[in-house]
Design a protein around this ligand. Structure first.
Ligand code: BG6
Length: 508
């Protein structure tokens, strides 16, 4: 792996959850793997006034609590924290940014980090624009001395109009090459493995099209509710929070054509083409193609689970969706007529993200089977947890006759025992440090994704009669989502039972 140049990383929103739960532990992990440059500093920026010392203590505690691999030696975290600094700043204060500039120049000279800065916006989205404007006004985005890169968290905008506006504003201030729109799903090993699985093997690609595939299903289920993020989530909902970015990116990588090279733009061009080929959903078809739901209170294994409307900072009459399922088509040569089904939700029975490729049935019913159904193979790409790949196919049951049994051929990442799977943020932060934007969303991808969702957002805004179905926390969402799936007896794949059931199991 390439080693990054010496640099300073500035994290706006340093007192937030993202910084302590994900970013600082990820940088710590990069450091322990010797993937940080020789000279570097991390500056936490926030409105709260705290000392360097208090910030260091808070972050070294966060490393102990949230690192994916247990940190047994507390001294490692404490000595890492010596490279951390805190700078109090109100994001709307242009003068404050001039002070930040002097502070960074002085630190950069003192540490010998060569004027390379990365600015990470881990703030509420409403601050992205003002921070970018103030950085630019202070001259902090000029690349005369070193590189200047901006990492922007999702959601990038609220809808097509605001997404376009934010892109336009950023482009007035900095070049597209300096912008890294982060979608942490692209940092997941298994999401990247989609590219390798599809394009490093000769046997999948010939089958990867409308001739052999009946339908594709993508599920991203979470068992947790909105936790402490009710305020943000209530103005966002599952469509903006998960579909616009994570789910559509997975659709892009599953459906794209082979890129001509591994160049960032070659890959992103192919994902963009998929987004451009998404068949627009007409506003009048939204009730038939999109099902939304909201979790209600229930009892999960004897414990009371709060309904969404009673979560902290959520409006008691909120119609925000915590579940969404969509059926759509991709209008191109490869996928014409193949339905894609995607769904995501909070407070579902388990945490699982998987892509299920349902192959077409055999053309002829040759063997006896108990169900009387024709055979249909499934390839399941498990993104998380228990990352792996599973192929389901039929075998002869030992004994007389030709009875058929469906069996699994499976690969688990954990079987690569000596290989550590890096966290998504580690991978993505390292990529920004070395200037590789392959796994970041480009302006046109984000805009095209919003464009696809626009009729859904409009239909929901205009027609309050489009139902928000309640579903008890711990179940698989509204049953109406099954109506989306075309074909007799076909349903979503349910990798485990409802949480409310006595036994919880999760089968890959
Ligand atoms: C985030 C969403 O982008 O992804 C959260 O804002 C969601 O609402 C999270 O919980 C899920 O990420 P992961 O990696 O746990 O699947």
């Amino acid at each position: 792996m390439e080693n990054p140049k010496n640099l300073i990383i500035v994290i706006f929103g340093a007192s937030g959850d993202l910084a302590s739960r994900k970013l600082i532990p990820a940088i710590f992990s990069l450091k322990t793997q010797k993937l940080m440059p020789e000279k570097y500093a991390i500056i936490g920026v926030g409105r709260t006034i705290i000392s360097n010392e208090d910030f260091r203590t808070k972050m070294s505690d966060a490393i102990i609590s949230f690192s994916e691999e247990k940190v047994t030696d507390k001294n490692l975290a404490t000595s890492f924290a010596e490279n951390l600094f805190y700078f109090p700043l109100d994001s709307s204060s242009a003068e404050g940014f001039l002070e930040l500039k002097s502070y960074l120049s002085e630190l950069s000279l003192r540490l010998g980090t060569g004027g390379n800065y990365i600015f990470y916006m881990a703030t509420p989205p409403s601050l992205y624009e003002v921070i970018a404007v103030n950085l630019s006004k202070a001259g902090l985005t000029d690349q005369e001395i070193g590189f200047r890169r901006l990492i922007i968290e999702k959601p990038f905008g609220y809808d097509l109009e605001s997404g376009l506006k934010l892109n336009k504003k950023l482009h007035e201030l900095i070049s597209e090459e300096q912008i890294y729109r982060i979608d942490h799903y692209l940092g997941k090993e298994t999401v990247q493995n989609l590219l390798v699985m599809r394009f490093a093997n000769g046997m999948f690609e010939p089958l990867w099209n409308r001739n052999y595939i009946h339908r594709i299903e993508i599920t991203s289920a979470e068992s947790i509710g909105v936790e402490q993020r009710g305020g943000y989530y209530d103005s966002s909902g599952a469509l903006r929070d998960m579909v616009q970015n994570h789910l559509l990116q997975m659709v892009g990588l599953t459906a794209m054509e082979p890129p001509s090279s591994l160049d960032a733009n070659a890959i992103r061009n192919e994902v963009l083409k998929v987004f451009q080929s998404l068949q627009p959903i007409k506003e009048e078809d939204v009730p038939n193609q999109v099902i939304r739901g909201q979790y209600t209170g229930s009892l999960i294994r004897g414990e009371c689970a709060t309904g969404y409307r009673y979560e902290k900072d959520v409006n008691v009459s909120s119609r925000t969706e915590t579940y969404v399922a969509i059926k759509f088509f991709i209008n191109n040569w490869r996928w014409g007529g193949v339905p894609f089904y995607i769904r995501t939700g909070k407070r579902l029975p388990t945490r699982v993200t998987e892509i299920v490729i349902h192959f077409k049935q055999t053309p002829h019913h040759l063997f006896q089977r108990q169900s009387g159904k024709l055979s249909a193979n499934q390839l399941i790409i498990r993104i998380q947890p228990d990352e792996g790949i599973l192929l389901k196919f039929d075998m002869k049951e030992p004994g007389a006759g030709f009875n058929i049994k469906n069996v699994n051929m499976d690969f688990h990442y954990k079987d690569l025992a000596d290989i550590r799977v890096p966290s998504a943020y580690e991978r993505l932060l390292h990529d920004v440090m070395v200037g590789d934007s392959t796994l970041f969303s480009r302006d046109d991808e984000v805009e095209t994704a919003w464009k696809f969702l626009e009729p859904i957002q409009k239909a929901w805004a205009k027609n309050p009669e489009i139902k928000v179905f309640g579903y008890p926390a711990g179940t698989w969402g509204p049953e109406h989502a099954n109506d989306l799936i075309e074909g007799d007896d076909l349903t979503w794949r349910y990798p485990c039972k409802n949480m409310a059931d006595d036994e919880l199991y999760c089968e890959l």
